[in-house]
Write a new protein. Structure first.
Length: 456
């Protein structure tokens, strides 16, 4: 029953892996829709697929007092706006003393980017009854589209301390009145919304409701955000960017990755025989999971540094398997049974593997928090890869080893395991005493390990 159960479980894992590989690399039609493979659905960075760029210049009529600091603040807000809309690899940098350059990779419709950014405008909130300007876009810390408790689309506003106090005063004195949100572009005013004051707002957190759809709420939030900039900007030039690594760079990169993975698998199989086959199966499942998460995570945009993060995490996944297999060899060489050796090998290797991976995870998190652009891309792919390598090496490989032990005949030979010198005569039929001694010591060392491992 145990052998039959292990065969069934291995078959299920094999079928799941094959289906995953098909979904990872094959695009096909399902009815009226087209399924895009995981690999083709991954968003690519500027160096792999190209994109668009725009250069903005500080308006000539703008006050130059503390201009550098305010331009840096505007650059940061532009970067946050693009990040919030899923363009994690967008690059926003200063050019000289008066310009900001925005580069966004892997864009199917360049016009979408300029719709998101909007034409930088001056924003103000005006009380309609008096014409008084209550606050400006610089008092708005954040504007975001969301759903309220009733499932209706709204725009959420977060105000700074000056805006909070101004809003508290005007909302307490003018309930039922309307307030216009006005943008000024090239000297022309445009009222983008006219919400009614329904409550006293004292905490600096306001909600604009009455949106027709979530897209309308998002459009309003983007318009408000474009008016948050510390300086007025004029669009100077826009253009498309060709892939800096060439059109064939990604293709050759994939070929190199496949060749490298095959060579690693071949080495593992040559060195560890059936344990190498098990490790190769785990690596294939790791590849499927990696491609899946890279395609579905919204903040992932693959660049050359991102590919480096993936390769580094694959190396650490292989390294974890090597540590585990060497520990299993040592335990078997010292006289334990194969089942107890595998359990002890995983147990003793766990802390070393976890410690080495935790330090890498901490480094990746720090890079994500303090890095920008391609550095964040590297950190994200590294973090995802390390977490998946821990999962596959500590859980998938462990289960596969257990199942193969249950079904494989002539186990030590298949798993490339040998006894140490103290136990090399343990299987010799003409040497009764060493055989009894070896068995007794092995049973003494491993009875508890076998019992624990059977319950895993």
């Amino acid at each position: 029953m145990k052998k039959k159960s292990s065969i069934i479980k291995l078959s299920i894992i094999g079928v799941i892996t094959i289906i995953g590989l098909v979904l990872s690399f094959c695009t096909f039609n399902i009815g009226l829709t087209t399924f895009k493979s995981f690999s083709s659905a991954i968003k690519l960075g500027l160096d792999l697929k190209g994109g668009v760029y725009a250069v903005y210049e500080m308006d000539s009529t703008e006050d130059t007092t503390d201009a550098s600091t305010r331009l840096n603040a505007t650059r940061t807000r532009l970067e946050r706006l693009l990040m919030s809309r899923g363009y994690s690899e967008a690059t926003v940098v200063r050019e000289g003393s008066e310009r900001i350059r925005v580069e966004v990779p892997d864009v199917d419709n360049p016009g979408d980017i300029f719709t998101i950014i909007g034409k930088p405008a001056e924003l103000k909130f005006v009380l309609d009854s008096t014409g008084e300007t209550v606050l400006t876009g610089r008092n708005v810390l954040k504007a975001a589209a969301m759903y309220d408790n009733n499932g209706s689309p709204v725009v959420s506003l977060s105000l700074d301390s000056v805006g909070t106090e101004a809003f508290r005063k005007v909302t307490s004195e003018n309930q039922g009145q309307t307030m216009s949100i006005v943008t000024t572009v090239d000297g022309k005013d445009d009222t983008i919304s006219k919400p009614t004051i329904n409550a006293v707002i004292t905490n600096g957190q306001a909600i604009i409701d009455g949106m027709e759809s979530f897209d309308a709420a998002q459009a309003l939030a983007d318009q408000i955000t474009s008016g948050q900039f510390e300086v007025k900007l004029s669009l100077l030039e826009t253009s498309t960017v060709s892939p800096t690594l060439g059109e064939q760079a990604l293709f050759y990169g994939i070929i190199a990755g496949i060749v490298g993975l095959v060579l690693v698998m071949a080495f593992l199989i040559w060195r560890y025989r059936m344990l190498g086959v098990i490790s190769s199966m785990a690596l294939l499942l790791y590849t499927v999971l990696m491609l899946f998460f890279l395609s579905v995570l919204p903040w992932v945009q693959l660049t050359l540094p991102g590919i480096a993060g993936i390769i580094l995490s694959i190396g650490m996944a292989v390294d974890a398997n090597v540590i585990i297999f060497e520990r299993i060899r040592d335990e078997y060489k010292n006289g334990k049974s194969l089942l107890a050796s595998s359990h002890a090998g995983f147990k003793k290797a766990t802390m070393a593997i976890v410690d080495s991976n935790v330090t890498t995870i901490i480094a990746a998190i720090v890079l994500m928090i303090f890095g920008t652009g391609s550095i964040q891309g590297f950190a994200i792919t590294l973090l995802v890869g390390i977490l998946l390598s821990l999962f596959t090496s500590m859980l998938v490989t462990r289960k596969l080893v257990k199942y193969f032990i249950a079904i494989m005949p002539d186990l030590p030979a298949w798993f490339s395991l040998k006894r140490g010198k103290n136990y090399e005569n343990a299987d010799n039929e003409n040497s009764v005493e060493p055989e009894i001694t070896a068995k007794s010591e092995a049973e003494a060392n491993s009875s508890e390990g076998e019992a624990v491992y059977e319950n895993i």
